[in-house]
Design a protein around this ligand. Structure first.
Ligand code: T46
Length: 146
């Protein structure tokens, strides 16, 4: 597991963590303050009860997103077509930016894992590249090439 994100089109996104004494913590995400785009859509993924589940397995052509694991933990696979890495998300205020042309997966969900995703645009099925070879072709690389 790596601490530093080295793939292209990705980075950790840290948002505030405001403790309210013994009464909980508030974290706040704001357009262009800590989220690098205008958020048009929010969705969340939960009931991740299948330990074998691997979600994602696609890249986006234009969509930008920030994904937070706001409960529990999970792993995120990142692949820019040249460099691959796996990171772990286990803090509600530290998310990952999923930029364009980035193959990504989500897996190894803990109990009660909930993923919260902020997206730069409305849902558009034609923005997805769901075939890995097509992804490599789209970004202009050949498998194993530089
Ligand atoms: C992504 C990762 C991080 C909709 O109808 N509207 C939506 O806004 C979304 C997000 C999904 N859907 C439908 C499309 C599929 O029939 O929900 C179904 C499951 O979507 P998908 O298989 O794409 O789910 P994931 O978890 O693999 O991917 C999701 C997002 O779709 C994707 O954009 O980057 O989370």
């Amino acid at each position: 597991m790596e601490n530093k994100i080295i793939v292209k089109h990705s980075q950790y996104i840290e948002i505030s963590r405001i403790p309210d004494g013994h009464d909980g913590v508030i974290s706040v995400a704001e357009n262009h303050k800590n989220i690098p785009f205008d958020v048009k859509r929010v969705y969340y993924i939960y009931d991740l009860n299948n330990p074998e589940a691997i979600r994602g397995k696609h890249a986006h052509k234009k969509l930008e997103q920030v994904l937070f694991c706001i409960s529990g933990s999970c792993e995120i696979g990142l692949d820019d077509g040249t460099t691959k890495q796996t990171i772990k998300l286990d803090k509600p205020n530290i998310g990952v930016y999923l930029g364009i042309e980035l193959w990504h997966t989500m897996q190894k969900f803990s109990n009660h894992c909930i993923l919260l995703v902020l997206a730069s645009d409305y849902y558009n099925a034609s923005d997805y590249i769901r075939d890995y070879d097509e992804f490599l072709e789209y970004i202009g690389k050949e498998r194993g090439g530089q």
